[in-house]
Design a protein around this ligand. Structure first.
Ligand SMILES: *Cc1c(COP(=O)(O)O)cnc(C)c1O
Length: 408
C-alpha cells in the first residue's frame, strides 16, 4: 500500500455537523434570542437531563466552568461558605484523577484546594480504587474526589463509590469525554453528587464550546445557575450577596449542541467502528487497544488509543519539551508512531501526561497502589490515534499500515 500524505488532514476528533445546528442557530437569530437566555438553552438542558437520567442540568460556557462551580459547591457544602465566597477548598486536600486533561484538576486550585493525584488501573485506565483506598489511609481527612472517565471509557464506578461512601466523601464526576457511555446500563455523568460534561469542539458531540452541570441536588443546580450569571439577587438594582461568574452558555451555542443531540448515537457507532477496525488491523502487532470491561460498561469510543507492549518498545526518552527515540526492527514507540502519523498529514496525540509529572503540580502528592506508577507506564507506551468520525475506511487503512511500518 502506498503511504502518501492525505490531501485533507485527518484529525484526531473534529466537529461533525449535520444541518440541524444551523436551523436552531437561525431560530435564535430570527427571534433575537442572541444572549444567554432562550429556547435552545432550555431545550438542551431538558434533553441532556433526560438522556443522562438526572433531575437538573445547567448549561454553562464550558466543561471547565462546570467543573469549577461543581467543586466550589462541593467545597461550600463540606467546609462552609468562605468570606467573599471564593477559595471554598482553601488549604484542603482533594483526591483526583492523575492521568487526565488539566481541566479536570485545575478547578480544585481555582478554589484554593490542594490536589492529591491518584494513579490509574490497567483495566480502564481510570482512577484505581486500590490507590484511592491507599490515599484515604494516608489522608483520612479528605472528603472530595474528582474522577474522570478517560477517552470515553467508564472507570470502576461501584468500587470508587463504595470507598467514597465509607469515608463520607463527595464525588465530582468529570464525564467530559464520556457523554453517552454507560456503566451497568446507566449513563456516565449521573454517578457523582455533581457531574460535568463538555461540548468542546473535539468531544463526541459539540456546541463549538460549552458544558453542562448535572445533578439530582436542587440546591446545587439553583446555586450554580445563579453563580454562573454573576450572582444577582432579586432586587431592583444590582445586588450581590455572593461571588458570581460569567459562565452561562449562549443561546447560539446551545443551538449548535441541540442540533447535535439527535446524532449522539450515530457518532458513537462511527467511533466504535473506528475502534474495531484498528483492533482488527493491529491484531498481529505487539500493541493493545485502550481497554474496557465489556461485561460492565459500554464506552462511547471517543478516542481509539494503543499502548505498545513493553517488550516491543524501542528506546525512547522524553524531556520536559522534547523527545528522542532509536528506531529498531520489530519494535517501535509512541514518538515514532506519532511522527509516522504526522508525516501522512494525520493527527495523533500522546496519552494525557499525568498531572503528577507536570511542573505546576510537582509539589503535589501522588498515590499509587503498586511500586510502579501505572499512569507513567501508559503515558510512556501509549498514544491516541486519529479517531475522527469522518475518517473514511480507506484513510484508516493507510493509518493502520503506517503504524505497522513503524514496527518494521
Ligand atoms: C475536554 C475536557 C474537559 C474540559 O471541557 P471544556 O469544555 O474544554 O472546558 C474537562 N475534562 C476532561 C477530561 C476533558 O477531556
Amino acid at each position: 500500500m502506498e503511504l502518501t500524505p492525505f490531501k485533507d488532514k485527518i484529525y484526531l476528533s473534529s466537529p461533525t455537523m449535520h444541518g440541524d445546528e444551523l436551523k436552531y442557530m437561525k431560530e435564535a437569530y430570527d427571534t433575537n434570542w442572541m444572549s444567554t437566555v432562550g429556547a435552545n438553552i432550555n431545550e438542551l438542558e431538558k434533553q441532556i437531563a433526560d438522556k443522562i437520567g438526572v433531575r437538573y442540568a445547567v448549561a454553562l460556557s464550558s466543561g471547565t466552568s462546570s467543573l469549577h462551580l461543581a467543586v466550589r459547591f462541593a467545597g461550600e457544602k463540606l467546609y462552609g461558605k468562605t468570606e467573599g465566597g471564593y477559595g471554598t477548598l482553601r488549604g484542603r486536600k482533594v483526591f483526583c484523577s492523575d492521568m487526565t486533561f488539566a481541566a479536570t484538576v485545575n478547578p480544585i486550585v481555582y478554589e484554593g484546594g490542594i490536589p492529591v493525584y491518584i494513579d490509574s488501573e490497567y483495566k480502564t485506565w481510570n482512577m484505581d480504587p486500590e490507590a484511592l483506598k491507599e490515599a484515604f489511609k494516608r489522608f483520612p481527612e479528605v472528603r472530595l474526589i474528582v474522577v474522570a472517565h478517560l477517552y470515553g471509557t467508564p472507570g470502576q464506578i461501584d468500587e470508587i463509590k463504595a470507598i467514597a461512601d465509607a469515608h463520607d466523601a463527595i464525588i465530582v464526576e468529570d464525564a467530559a469525554e464520556s457523554f453517552g457511555a454507560t456503566y451497568k446500563g446507566v449513563q456516565t455523568g449521573s454517578f457523582g453528587d455533581y457531574n460535568c460534561i463538555s461540548f468542546n469542539g473535539n468531544k463526541i458531540i459539540t456546541g463549538t464550546s460549552g458544558g453542562m452541570f448535572l445533578t439530582d441536588d436542587e440546591e446545587a443546580a439553583s446555586k450554580i445557575r445563579k453563580w454562573s450569571t454573576q450572582s444577582r439577587e432579586a432586587a431592583p438594582w444590582y445586588q450581590h450577596e455572593d461571588l458570581g461568574y460569567n459562565y452561562r452558555m449562549s443561546n447560539v451555542i446551545a443551538g449548535v449542541a441541540r442540533g447535535q443531540v439527535p446524532y449522539l448515537s450515530e457518532h458513537i457507532a462511527q467511533k466504535k467502528a473506528i475502534y474495531e477496525r484498528y483492533k482488527e488491523g493491529f491484531k498481529d502487532l505487539p500493541v493493545e487497544m485502550n481497554p474496557f470491561d465489556d461485561e460492565i460498561s459500554v464506552p462511547n469510543y471517543w478516542l481509539s488509543c494503543i499502548t505498545v507492549n513493553a517488550d516491543a518498545m524501542c528506546a525512547q526518552t522524553r524531556t520536559a519539551l522534547g523527545y528522542e527515540y532509536k528506531s529498531e526492527p520489530g519494535k517501535s514507540c509512541p514518538s515514532e508512531i506519532l511522527e509516522t502519523i504526522a508525516s501522512l498529514n494525520a493527527e495523533g496525540r500522546p496519552i494525557w501526561k499525568p498531572m503528577h509529572m507536570q511542573p505546576i503540580y510537582s509539589g503535589c502528592d501522588f498515590v499509587s497502589a503498586g511500586d510502579r506508577a501505572v499512569c507513567e507506564d501508559i503515558f510512556e507506551r501509549g498514544l491516541c490515534l486519529p479517531s475522527d468520525n469522518k475518517m473514511s475506511e480507506e484513510a484508516q487503512k493507510v493509518i493502520i499500515e503506517a503504524v505497522r511500518k513503524s514496527f518494521e
